[in-house]
Design a protein around this ligand. Structure first.
Ligand SMILES: Cc1cc2nc3c(=O)[nH]c(=O)nc-3n(C[C@H](O)[C@H](O)[C@H](O)COP(=O)(O)O)c2cc1C
Length: 481
């Protein structure tokens, strides 16, 4: 019999009060307001590691949601992604109190230059001994664009084109700039690192110009595990070429199935194996010892959920609360159904119907409420029938959601062979997910730069003739300036 697919288990987090379950920060004993404290993160990390979680997935945005009601007022009142702190800076604290937990850090390719990010992420991969992943996003908030000196957002497909070159620069820095044996640490001869084994990248592209070399030495994974979340054509091609773990969303299980199929096809088209990409969905789980206990939790969450938070998060360009409930959407909005950031609406729908579905506490198609066995059944069905590989567990309450899952669901999943009983010692995040070593597979695009292959300096050295061929690194470097 084929071995059962093991669940990739991540916690969905964000360095703010109201990430994606708006209004629930008010629940008794919810720790969300403690996100400024380092202890919030260290306690959380220890809890997750005690339950065998693979990683904590840290979402991020770099602007405010200021479309709904024409300003950021609702977002500020709701604590909706503002205040919000940098996700990467809590990682060393969590890494210091754990040995196995991985970290998926969201960072945008649109505004900050690749050289700085390559350095930061390598540093984190060193400090965590290879437990870092990067959730690649291109950012979607107009305010983010204005925060970084632009008048408005760069159009969607151009953002993906920029992201593609951004990744190219990073692969050159992470994979090509240093050889594995560059550090010799020879005390007798006073040589720490061998200059022959470190090279500039001399990237000169449409969007970026980067000389290099990369400043940090190669970290355990070199390239961190590459995550992304997407559904568009440009995003799917991008994910097929680059992503190792795709975070999927969408309205239905069928939508998720189609996304999985499309991204796997794009991966194969990019010379990879279909199975080189794994898929993770939001796991919205409310579990109790009995059905009644789970339903009571759901009712408590529903009482506090904030429709306004969801409306602002969706960047609705009109306010459905300002109209009588029977008003048709076509009579209040632009009428074309293309409303807000997340969904297209039926113009014939009434605002009342729209609002009724808006405080969607499940946040997507994978929503299960009940006993540990019922939750485990739902997870198994998503693994086997929908084809996902894991979940980012949605938090209703911090830390009760994770604690309940660990106490009630993890033992059932372990008994069913869906989770391991313990971590393997000394695993990198990539090795844990794919079981094939710490580094990118050879067939991944990023691997082409290994040993300096495909870099200008290597190609000049390899050229058979010609008067301008430099003979060593130092000559080559002088020529760059
Ligand atoms: C489940 C999920 C989580 C996401 N998390 C973030 C995030 O934390 N930060 C961000 O800027 N974008 C986030 N996004 C948005 C994506 O990066 C992307 O902009 C969006 O899915 C649209 O891409 P597409 O046009 O290729 O579908 C998320 C998307 C999904 C589906």
């Amino acid at each position: 019999m084929a071995e059962k697919k093991r669940l990739i288990l991540n916690l969905f987090e964000m360095n703010c009060v109201s990430h994606i379950t708006h209004g629930l920060w008010r629940l008794p004993d919810n720790n969300r307001e403690r996100f400024n404290d380092i202890e919030y993160w260290t306690e959380l990390a220890k809890l997750l590691e005690s339950g065998g979680f693979d990683a904590v997935f840290l979402a991020d945005v770099i602007g405010t949601y200021d479309v709904f009601r024409g300003g950021a007022g609702t977002s500020v009142r709701e604590g909706l992604h503002i205040p919000n702190n940098d996700p990467s800076l809590v990682v060393p604290a969590m890494a210091a109190v754990t040995r196995h937990l991985g970290f998926g850090i969201t960072f945008s390719t649109t505004y900050e230059p690749p050289f700085a990010w390559a350095r930061r992420l390598s540093t984190l991969d060193h400090l965590t001994k290879g437990r870092v992943g990067w959730n690649i996003v291109t950012s979607y908030l107009p305010n983010a664009a204005r925060n970084f000196g632009l008048d408005g957002e760069i159009d969607h497909d151009t953002r993906f084109e920029i992201a593609d070159e951004y990744l190219d620069v990073l692969y050159k820095l992470w994979e090509g700039s240093w050889d594995d044996d560059a550090i010799v640490s020879d005390r007798e001869n006073g040589t720490f690192a061998d200059p022959e084994k470190i090279r500039p990248i001399d990237h000169d592209g449409k969007y970026f110009k980067v000389e290099g070399p990369q400043l940090p030495a190669p970290s355990r994974q070199r390239t961190p595990v590459l995550f992304t979340a997407t559904a568009s054509a440009a995003g799917t091609a991008f994910a097929g070429k680059h992503a190792e773990l795709v975070f999927t969303g969408g309205p239905s299980a069928d939508f998720v199935r189609t996304t999985i199929e499309n991204v796997r096809a794009a991966a194969v088209a990019a010379g990879r194996k279909a199975d080189d990409v794994r898929f993770v969905a939001i796991g919205a789980v409310i579990v109790g010892r009995t059905d009644d206990e789970a339903q009571a939790k759901l009712a408590a969450y529903e009482r506090l959920t904030s429709v306004e938070g969801y409306l602002a998060h969706a960047s609705l360009p009109f306010d459905p609360t300002a109209y009588p409930p029977e008003t048709k959407i076509k009579d209040v909005a632009d009428g074309d159904g293309g409303i807000g950031r997340w969904r297209a609406f039926d113009p014939e729908q009434s605002v009342g119907e729209l609002l009724a579905g808006f405080s969607d506490i499940g946040r997507g198609p994978f929503f299960t409420v009940g006993t540990p066995e019922k939750v485990a059944d739902a997870i198994e069905s998503w693994l086997d029938d929908v084809g996902i590989d894991g979940i980012n567990l949605l938090q209703y309450h911090s830390y009760d959601t994770a604690r309940d899952f660990i106490e009630l669901v993890v033992p059932v999943l372990r008994a069913r062979g869906r989770l391991r009983a313990s971590y393997d010692e000394d695993e990198s995040l990539r090795d844990r997910i794919f079981g094939d070593g710490d580094r990118l597979p050879d067939r991944h695009f990023g691997a082409r730069y290994r040993g300096g292959a495909h870099l200008p300096i290597t190609e000049r050295r390899a050229a058979p003739t010609g008067p301008t061929i430099p003979t060593d690194n130092s000559t080559a470097r002088k020529r760059q300036r």
